[in-house]
Design a protein around this ligand. Structure first.
Ligand SMILES: C[S@@+](CC[C@H](N)C(=O)[O-])C[C@H]1O[C@@H](n2cnc3c(N)ncnc32)[C@H](O)[C@@H]1O
Length: 431
């Protein structure tokens, strides 16, 4: 491994790469604020493009970090890629940064990208910000190359590369590997009253055991520091990011945090204690009650109780009929407060139960389901239950055809739920 090389922020490094982050506004140059709708025109190689953090997420995190009490010092990203996240922090906090990158193309472009963000947002952080082409797990060598000494790092953020196409992978397969990274940097992190500030971007597919392992790597070194696990979703039940905020970067009152990024740039946030939801199928749902398919990302965070408190009055009963899979299902006696975006952004579908299907959704049962849907005056009944992929379009077509008689009727859905008597299918009307 050649010795690390230091690069100052400069447009001179631009050259070989394609521009991928689109400029929504014609130019960001001269704009004072950071905006999620106007990503800076940063340069990335195709490899960096695949790995880079969406600008809206970079900004949301920078805003969150700005609320934390940090020690004096720089922001470090020892695997900085395009540098987007690093510079979002630097610009928001007004602090110099140090990016380290093993890949020479990425390091050059990161140094050029830094100049873009600095020019756009001003401040004096850029003059002291550097990118080191080298190994992020060799803290001593990188600091020597950058001319930094003592404990210069106020915040360590890292987003390690993960093996591609692997459903499951071990923590050591992340590049750079976490334990090595933490071991190498621990003595160079400035510590506040609750330890150093560390933010680690992890695979959304990490198992609970692997999450524990991450907690242990950090906890072994700083026993009493708080930890906040954060789930970020852009919708459709997908978890886009799983991040651990540790020590000075954590919210000591909230071991868990759920962020839903909305398309208008706003963020819906829940924070608190993570509690695993339990199912209750002790009685069969009845007409007049409400069934809601809830975003599975919310249940992954364990913050569904906080959401539920916004969704219905705390005096009104509710229970989970299903908590796992892609369609967690909630039963309530009353409709949810869907006019509140904090509620609706986690709802996939909600509707009032009109009836329970007498027969299962198959070719023999579809006629009886159609009769019930017609008497509920539905213009469409969308199948939201588990069906074989071959059967689904056939049944949906039969329903669409059979419900043409009520073109002005309401929308509905058919959902499956376990009952004390086995599987049940419910015809629901969307309000
Ligand atoms: C997931 S990417 C980071 C993406 C970055 N957050 C962004 O928004 O562009 C991980 C980066 O770590 C780099 N990397 C892997 N091992 C490294 C090491 N030992 N030292 C420095 N960089 C490393 C990879 O080249 C890759 O660019």
């Amino acid at each position: 491994m050649p010795p690390p090389t230091t690069l100052q922020l400069s447009a001179d490094h631009f050259g070989i790469a394609e521009v991928v982050a689109p400029l929504v506004e014609p130019s960001l140059e001269g704009e004072g604020g950071l905006s999620s709708s106007a990503p800076p025109m940063l340069h990335q190689t195709p490899q960096m493009k695949r790995l880079s953090t969406p600008w809206a997420i970079c900004l949301t995190r920078a805003e969150q970090l700005a609320q934390c009490r940090l020690a004096d010092g720089i922001v470090l990203d020892p695997a900085c890629g395009s540098g987007m996240q690093l510079y979002a922090y630097c610009a928001r906090l007004g602090r110099p940064g140090l990016g380290i990158e093993l890949d020479s193309d990425a390091a050059l472009l990161a140094a050029a990208n830094g100049k873009r963000v600095w020019d756009a947002h001003g401040g004096d952080w850029g003059a002291k910000t550097q990118v080191v082409l080298g190994d992020g797990t060799d803290a001593a060598a990188a600091l020597a190359a950058a001319g930094l000494s003592e404990r210069p790092v106020a915040v360590l953020h890292v987003d390690p590369a993960r093996p591609q196409d692997a459903q499951r992978h071990s923590l050591d397969e992340m590049q750079p590997p976490l334990s090595e990274l933490v071991g190498s940097w621990a003595d160079h992190l400035a510590e506040g009253p609750v330890g150093p500030a560390i933010i680690i971007d992890l695979s959304p597919r990490l198992s609970d055991a692997q999450r524990e392992e991450v907690g242990e790597i950090l906890g072994a070194r700083w026993q009493d520091s708080p930890i906040t696990w954060e789930w970020v979703s852009k919708g459709q039940g997908r978890i886009d990011r799983l991040t651990v905020w540790f020590g000075g970067a954590a919210d000591a009152r909230s071991p868990a945090r759920m962020l839903r990024l909305l398309t208008d740039g706003s963020v819906v946030r829940f924070a608190g204690e993570s509690i695993t939801a339990t199912t209750d199928i002790s009685s069969t749902p009845q007409p007049g009650q409400w069934l809601t398919i809830v975003d599975s990302a919310l249940l992954s965070s364990g913050l569904q109780q906080q959401w539920l408190r916004k969704a219905i009055s705390h005096r009104s009963p509710s229970r989970w009929l299903r908590t796992d899979g892609r369609r967690p299902l909630l039963l309530t006696d009353i409709p949810l407060r869907m006019d509140d975006p904090k509620v609706s952004s986690f709802v996939s579908t909600t509707g009032e139960i009109m009836s329970q299907a007498k027969l299962p959704p198959n070719e023999a049962g579809i006629e009886s389901i159609l009769v019930s849907a017609r008497s509920a005056y539905l213009a469409r009944l969308t199948l939201r239950c588990s069906l074989s992929p071959g059967l689904q379009p056939i049944l949906q077509q039969a329903l669409d055809k059979g419900l043409k008689i009520h073109p002005r009727g309401k929308q509905g859905f058919l959902i499956d739920a376990d009952t004390p008597d086995g599987p049940g299918w419910f015809i629901c009307r969307v309000p």
